[in-house]
Ligand binder design. Structure first.
Ligand code: ADP
Ligand code: MG
Length: 640
């Protein structure tokens, strides 16, 4: 919004505001959150990012929020200490729930919390006699960072760049933005965490290069491959393990200690052992041995023992890293590896990374702070005072640009307020077997449905080789040049045939119209989301039914009549559920079909190796991959 208002009214008020309020960078982490700010370096006077102390003198604010019946929530270290006595009222790692629906199997898997039934599938935690959403919990963390930064800086903080994992989907990004707004922040931009780390190292000042960002935090491991093209970073590949991090090191060490103690384990003792293990692990980064005490049990722990316990876990980061390199198409031509996350302080982790990539990793910047520092650099760039005539503020896409996908949904490739020039590529696949053409419909706006968006252009890519559904790969690239001209190119990856079109998205759009479109998107956000969920669910259902029919037809001989009946029944209920105007019954019916056909799927898979070689899509029945596959499918463009 800022950019827009500034375009519309280049008056004085905006300029004055910029002088008295600060824009900060925020790393909203799973385990810890930080806020950083670019201020003048006392030595040189040049801008220098600095993480602000926000919690008991530390720059790390534990991402823990503890709710009370009789007062405002407590955030940070004090909340973490309170967790022992008020476990269910104290929410940790809320980031894992952002943008997830309560129907998401991950949601239930992840948590010791009490959930309340929310409307439209939103997760709600029951805490201290009320319910809160993940967005609200995250907003508490952001609010705390904002207030403490204001105390430190002595000026109001109104604007922020907030970082998100590169793999966050649209719902997760929207949820993060929403949390920022709730906390009273104008979110200037969401920045990918690996990109932030690269900015902190000033890698954008090079002309080009390919970098790996190795991020091992408390509970997650993320690997990202970035490519720098003309000063802009593109995320070429992401990978990782959402259940691997420093917490696992702590548990592995605690396990060793508990086994030696040989005492009966109760939750309290286990908690104490984990806390002691964590303290010992962190101390052993700088020392060779440390004394450990757990409920009267004493022993000396050496770094060698710690490393032995951690080694298998550290090695688990190898395969995902190699896969990401391969996905990004880089083999042995990395220009740098950046370490991010508290767990990369462990010397054995550093040694492993060096060996894995064959490069000494960049580690001069504190790996806890590097993401927040990069976000601060970006916030500073976005708000830097420029001479009046400077066109910097005009250089953003005023409205999101995307294209139509199955069911009349909009897939946004370039988000509103992205600095231009910019480009984005996404792969799409075919929805039907033998589909040889794709309609590319380019749209503009913030709404979820094509019907509510502005149509910019249409064209058709034909000559796609006839393949089973989901196998063709069409890369669609949106490129906006410095003058705001958009070129869209669709390229079939196997044959290389391509088709493109050029449009000027701002043509015939007045500032008032842009404003109106933005307001409408805010007004309709909830309905839009519900409509999107419903269409998504229907498409997923349609696709799964097709796959099931196909498999029954070609592999039906693997089932006897008694085994076949429940599958057909589940298919029938899914067809019935598709009539619903709520996405939940559809999701439930999909899950049931998934469940009831699991055994069949397994048999098809067994037979499938041979089939897959011949180009059949046996994989679509592998239950574990079903939802991932379905996700790709709904992105598939309109059918023939
Ligand atoms: P997240 O990105 O999930 O918010 P962080 O990057 O803050 O997480 O990393 C937190 C993890 O880093 C914790 O598991 C913590 O124990 C670990 N950690 C912090 N300092 C050290 C250290 N000196 N040695 C080893 N591990 C550390
Ligand atoms: Mg992190």
């Amino acid at each position: 919004m800022a950019a827009l208002l500034e375009i519309a009214e280049p008056g004085q008020s905006q300029v004055k505001e910029a002088c008295v309020s600060a824009a900060v960078g925020i790393d909203l982490g799973t385990t810890n959150s930080l806020v950083a700010f670019v201020g003048p370096d006392p030595a040189s006077g040049a801008g220098k990012p600095l993480a602000l102390p926000v919690d008991e003198g530390s720059t790390l604010l534990p991402s823990v929020v503890s709710y009370r019946a009789d007062g405002p929530p407590i955030v940070g270290r004090e909340a973490r200490r309170r967790a022992a006595d008020a476990a269910r009222d104290t929410i940790a790692s809320v980031k894992r729930f952002m943008g997830r629906s309560s129907a998401d199997p991950e949601t239930k898997r992840l948590s010791p919390y009490r959930f309340a039934e929310g409307e439209s599938g939103t997760v709600r935690f029951e805490v201290a006699g009320r319910t809160v959403t993940p967005v609200e919990v995250s907003a508490e963390i952001l609010r705390t960072l904002k207030t403490r930064a204001e105390e430190r800086l002595g000026t109001p903080v109104r604007q922020a760049v907030i970082t998100v994992p590169a793999y966050f989907d649209d719902a997760q990004r929207q949820a993060t933005k929403e949390a920022g707004r709730l906390a009273g922040l104008e979110v200037l931009r969401l920045l990918n965490e690996p990109t932030a780390a690269a900015l902190a190292y000033g890698l954008d000042k090079r002309s080009e290069g390919t970098f790996a960002v190795y991020d091992l935090g408390g509970g997650t491991f993320d690997i990202s491959i970035l490519k720098l093209v003309e000063g802009l970073f593109e995320v070429k590949a992401v990978g990782g393990d959402s259940a691997l991090g420093g917490d696992d090191f702590d548990r592995a060490v605690a396990e060793v200690l508990l086994a030696e103690m040989g005492r009966e384990r109760d939750p309290r003792l286990v908690r104490q052992a984990i806390d002691a293990a964590r303290a010992a692990k962190e101390a052993l980064t700088a020392r060779d041995s440390v004394e450990v005490e757990i409920a009267g049990f004493h022993r000396t722990l050496t770094r060698a023992e710690l490393e032995a316990a951690m080694r298998p876990l550290i090695e688990r980061t190898g395969p995902a890293s190699r896969r990401a390199l391969k996905d990004a198409g880089v083999e042995g031509k990395l220009d740098g590896v950046i370490l991010v996350g508290g767990s990369t302080r462990v010397p054995a982790v550093r040694a492993y990374v060096r060996e894995l990539f064959g490069l000494p990793p960049l580690a001069d910047i504190d790996p806890d702070e590097v993401v927040a520092l990069g976000a601060a650099v970006q916030a500073d760039l976005l708000t830097a005072e420029k001479p009046q005539h400077d066109v910097l503020l005009l250089d953003v896409a005023p409205l999101s640009l995307g294209l139509e996908t199955m069911g009349g949904l909009v897939e946004k490739l370039i988000l509103r307020n992205t600095t231009i020039p910019t480009s984005a590529t996404q792969e799409f696949t075919t929805f039907a077997d033998g589909q040889t053409g794709m309609d590319i419909h380019v749209v503009q706006g913030e709404r979820e449905l094509v019907a509510d968006s502005r149509s910019l252009a249409r064209f058709r890519l034909s000559g796609i080789p006839a393949l089973p559904a989901g196998l063709a790969r069409v890369a669609v690239t949106f490129q906006v040049d410095a003058d705001g001209i958009l070129s869209v190119t669709a390229k079939e990856q196997l044959t290389g045939i391509s088709q493109s079109i050029t449009v000027k998205p701002s043509h015939g759009l007045t500032d008032e119209e842009i404003e109106r479109m933005l307001l409408a998107s805010l007004e309709h956000a909830e309905d839009d989301m519900a409509a999107r969920l419903l269409i998504d669910a229907r498409i997923e259902a349609q696709r799964i039914l097709r796959a099931a029919e196909h498999q029954l037809e070609s592999n039906g001989d693997l089932l006897d009549a008694e085994e076949r009946a429940p599958i057909e029944q589940a298919m029938q209920s899914l067809r019935a559920a598709m009539e619903s105007s709520d996405h939940r019954p559809i999701k439930d019916a999909i899950e049931r079909l998934d469940h009831d056909s699991a055994e069949f799927a397994k048999r098809v898979m067994d037979r499938g190796i041979e089939r897959a070689l011949k180009g059949h899509t046996a994989a679509e029945f592998e239950t574990g991959e079903m939802s991932e596959h379905a996700k790709k499918a709904y992105r598939a463009l309109k059918d023939e």
